[in-house]
Design a protein around this ligand. Structure first.
Ligand SMILES: *Cc1c(COP(=O)(O)O)cnc(C)c1O
Length: 414
């Protein structure tokens, strides 16, 4: 087939059928068969997000003066999130398109803050982070001429090794990173300890709460034994929190938040040398989908604290259910110490990736951990309806792999 731009206009009905047809080969997240990518707290919540998105479908977040309503929504989202995450009075933040953009901006702000404050330091500025931290930090560093120094985590829970991270700090270190939780093993780093380290060394600490920003606070309210992880820890300078993950908003909504507005001022980009006047943006993106902003605001207010606490309970309950099943299944073991919705498990004496292949054959989309080898899930309320079936398929898969001694050639990819 040659490349061709559509010539004749086609009827929307035909296009709609073609779109529906393409869905047929998609992984079935509605049936709880996808362990990442989609976060679903109920059809009613999704409908609120869709309706709000369509209400602001055409408006552009870049045009704050033209669409002051969008600006008000953004301020309301940022203020609510700063309150949730125990930020002090002088704190501020920006709504972004996703976790990667939030992290990109937190890194950019740290870089430019350091450049303004320090002199006489040569060589690329460095970010010290646990090896469990998200690749978005390396992506940001790659784009911005920085270097990352990844430090092996410590112990069976795969939490950041505070002593080893301190060893990795040099005069070029501009940012220390922690996760709440990190994606691979679901570990929440010892953020209070890292906060003390950051304060002692005068280096900002970032907490990547892309996963936990709208999950940890409500799990704690529900009584889960998780320590302080947010701006309540004095050394925490910035945080990233995805509203399009456990905030259950439409995709395209995340936050970068700062303890101090003067520090945050380094985030902006300003340009004036062209023929259309001053261009000043705080985000990486220019045009921003108004729908994503409206949907984030609507879902946040539709659920409220009660709704998020209910969702957090469902997430922790469904993870506990799978955790118990793994602990009770001969030959399987947990990897790390699951606390929220992320769980990974491995096999004692057979190929866990072959178990993954069997699950894939049974229609499950399979997430895989590379170190150590394991299967990986980030559970949300949609999995409550599929967990019994997953567990029985998992037991069958284990039986097949043990009986037939099959091996897999499948590698872990994100
Ligand atoms: C998802 C995720 C990110 C990146 O977020 P995107 O929305 O995919 O850009 C960053 N950190 C962690 C821990 C994540 O799980």
């Amino acid at each position: 087939m040659g490349r061709q731009f559509p010539k004749a206009a086609r009827r929307w009905g035909d296009l709609q059928s073609e779109l529906a047809g393409l869905h047929e080969t998609d992984a079935d997240w509605r049936d709880g068969r996808v362990p990442l990518y989609v976060f679903h707290a109920g059809d009613d919540v999704a409908q609120v997000a869709k309706d709000a998105y369509l209400d602001y479908f055409s408006e552009n977040g870049l045009g704050g003066a033209a669409f002051p309503g969008l600006q008000k929504l953004e301020c309301a989202i940022v203020d609510a999130s700063l309150a949730l995450l125990n930020a002090p009075q002088n704190a501020t933040g920006t709504l972004t398109s996703g976790g990667t953009e939030s992290i990109f901006l937190a890194v950019k702000t740290a870089r430019d803050h350091a450049a303004a404050k320090r002199s006489g330091v040569t060589g690329a500025p460095e970010i010290v982070l646990p090896r469990t931290a998200h690749p978005a930090f390396d992506k940001a560093a790659h784009y911005q001429g920085l270097k990352t120094v990844r430090v092996e985590p410590a112990g069976p829970a795969y939490r950041a090794d505070v002593g080893a991270m301190e060893q990795a700090i040099t005069e070029r270190t501009i940012l220390i990173v922690s996760s709440a939780p990190a994606f691979p093993h679901g570990a929440i780093d010892p953020i209070a300890d890292l906060g003390r380290l950051a304060e002692r060394r005068g280096i900002p600490l970032h907490v990547d709460a892309c996963v936990g920003g709208f999950l940890v606070p409500f799990a704690r309210m529900n009584g889960e034994p998780i320590g302080e992880f947010d701006f309540a820890v004095p050394g925490v300078a910035s945080m990233s929190a995805d509203i399009h993950k456990y905030g259950y908003a439409a995709k395209g909504a995340s936050l970068v938040l700062y303890r101090d507005a003067d520090y945050a001022a380094h985030q902006a980009f300003v340009f004036d040398d062209w023929h259309r006047g001053l261009y000043r943006t705080k985000t990486f993106t220019g045009t921003r989908a108004g729908g994503a902003i409206a949907a984030a605001w609507a879902v946040m207010n539709y659920l409220g604290e009660d709704g998020y606490r209910r969702a957090a309970r469902e997430v922790v309950d469904v993870r506990r259910k799978l955790q118990s099943a793994i602990e009770e299944t001969d030959g399987l073991h947990l990897i790390g110490k699951p606390e929220l919705g992320i769980i990974a498990y491995g096999a004692d004496d057979f190929d866990i990736n072959a178990v993954g292949d069997q699950l894939a054959k049974k229609g499950w989309y399979v997430g895989r951990l590379s170190e150590p080898k394991g299967l990986h899930l980030m559970l949300n309320p949609v999995h409550a309806g599929s967990m019994d079936r997953y567990i029985s398929d998992l037991r069958e898969a284990v039986d097949i792999v043990r009986r037939e001694d099959v091996h897999s050639v499948t590698a872990a990819t994100y």
